[in-house]
Design a protein around this ligand. Structure first.
Ligand code: PFF
Length: 448
């Protein structure tokens, strides 16, 4: 059943960097800090790390196994293993398309902010209120955010068009190390700010009084989104892994990098927030309003804000590439079109959705359902319904439907490397993860 002409990633490092590129994104740098800020800082971080270990790594392993075993796009992978479960593959390609709709818009904002930082446009804006007004004027502008959405999509397209090795692999090998260097520089700079240690303490001294049941569910949901679970990305990327890639090591390394980046992003943001005496619970606007206002108070503000938004652009780009690749691989292999045509079809679809999502925040206010804008709807449907549903069914599929030997075979590369902690992993995949997923799902749709 195996297609032999499929591309593979060069070495072990590539598998890790490319997959980490998908995982590390706006979820880590934009979303994690404000969610942690709203949920008590360090206590949230602890629960988050537990979620990554208990749920993230096992489901990531399951998706890696499915992808590498079948060497197919997400739909083909599930079909090959069990035709009745093909629908799970369809869920894994519909979700990335919908995610692209709003993710590309926010990615476009990061690019616009990077350019404003470079040109020094922010130097006349001073207070947080002025930045807030600027941000809402910008997101509601009839054409600018839409234009940047298109530019970002075309940038993503450019990488995809170069192919799996020359595009995806090579770009990740450059962008991921660069991203880590920028993060470390920014983190050190933040810690050295006056009062910066307050922010570090906030992130590392747990205060459990803020923890409620919903904190656990928020942490699980965040871990899920951040690790790119349930969207076909891990399945698709693993389909390019080599036969001898150790998927357990890869999953642990990717999860560690992803968590490290989220923590470092916290170290960049919280000390800055504390140094100017702002509350750390500013919410989604933390990165687009609070932070630029803080940068403006610093010497060399243009430089710091340019570097910070460049960081966001890189993080977003490696993730949009992975989302695009899920769709391109699907169209290419399932519709039997050339990779080039497939990539253009996906790009066109993303541009249409992205423009609609972007405009739904401003000029096309009518584009809403039940008072929720199309932009928020895409976010809501994917994060709260499609993703947890996929996570749940992947566990059921691997834990209960597939042959018992499927996972051990993949984890040991057909018996060539030792199998460790299998009883624990099996327990997590069969019982713990699905039950947790069910909980998240019921919470998300408001049943509990
Ligand atoms: N993991 C990415 C982030 O944290 O921003 C977002 C993402 C990318 C989610 C790719 C899902 C995905 F398939």
């Amino acid at each position: 059943m195996k297609t032999t002409h499929r591309a593979t990633f060069g070495g072990r490092l590539s598998a890790v960097l490319v997959t980490a590129g998908s995982a590390v994104g706006l979820g880590n740098i934009w979303r994690f800090p404000y969610v942690a800020g709203e949920n008590g800082g360090a206590a949230f971080l602890l629960i988050y790390i537990l979620s990554v270990l208990i749920m993230g790594v096992p489901i990531m392993l399951a998706e890696f196994a499915i992808g590498r075993n079948t060497r197919s796009n997400a739909v083909g992978a599930f079909r090959k293993l069990s035709p009745r479960w093909t629908i799970l593959g369809y869920n894994s390609v519909v979700a990335p398309l919908l995610i692209m709709g709003f993710y590309l818009v926010v990615s476009g904002w990061t690019m616009e902010y990077m350019i404003h930082s470079i040109t020094g446009d922010f130097t006349h804006v001073h207070t947080a209120d002025e930045y807030a007004a600027l941000f809402s004027a910008f997101t509601q502008n009839p054409w600018r955010p839409a234009l940047y959405t298109v530019i970002f999509t075309l940038l993503t397209h450019g990488v995809i068009a170069l192919g799996v090795q020359k595009g995806i692999e090579r770009s990740s090998r450059i962008m991921m190390p660069l991203l880590l260097v920028i993060l470390v520089v920014l983190a050190i700079h933040s810690m050295l700010l006056p009062n910066g240690w307050e922010g570090v303490r906030f992130l590392f001294t747990p205060d459990f009084s803020k923890v409620t049941a919903s904190t656990f569910l928020t942490a699980l949901g965040q871990a899920f989104f951040s690790l790119s679970i349930g969207l076909g990305c891990l399945v698709t990327y693993a389909s390019y892994f080599k036969e001898d890639t150790n998927i357990t090591h890869t999953a642990l390394q990717v999860a560690s990098i992803d968590t490290l980046v989220a923590v470092l992003a916290g170290i960049v943001i919280f000390p800055a927030v504390f140094s100017v005496g702002i509350e750390p619970t500013a919410g989604p606007s933390l990165v687009f309003v609070t932070l630029p206002a803080i940068f403006n108070t610093l010497p060399l503000s243009m430089v710091w804000s340019t570097i910070f938004f460049l960081l966001l652009v890189i993080a977003a780009l490696t993730s949009t590439i992975s989302l695009h690749e899920v769709l391109t691989a699907y169209v290419h292999e399932e519709w039997h079109l050339s990779r080039r045509t497939s990539a253009w079809i996906v790009t066109a679809a993303c541009i249409l959705l992205g423009i609609a999502a972007s405009l739904s925040l401003g000029a096309w206010k009518w584009l809403q359902i039940g008072g929720i804008s199309f932009f928020d709807l895409l976010d809501f449907v994917t994060a709260n319904i499609l993703l947890p549903a996929a996570g749940f069914f992947v566990c059921i599929f691997v834990g209960w439907v597939l042959d018992r030997r499927f996972m051990p075979q993949e984890l040991t590369n057909k018996g060539t490397i030792p199998l460790r902690l299998w009883p624990l992993l099996r327990l997590l995949l069969r019982w713990v993860c699905p039950l947790l997923m069910l909980l998240i799902f019921m919470d998300n749709i408001g049943i509990i």
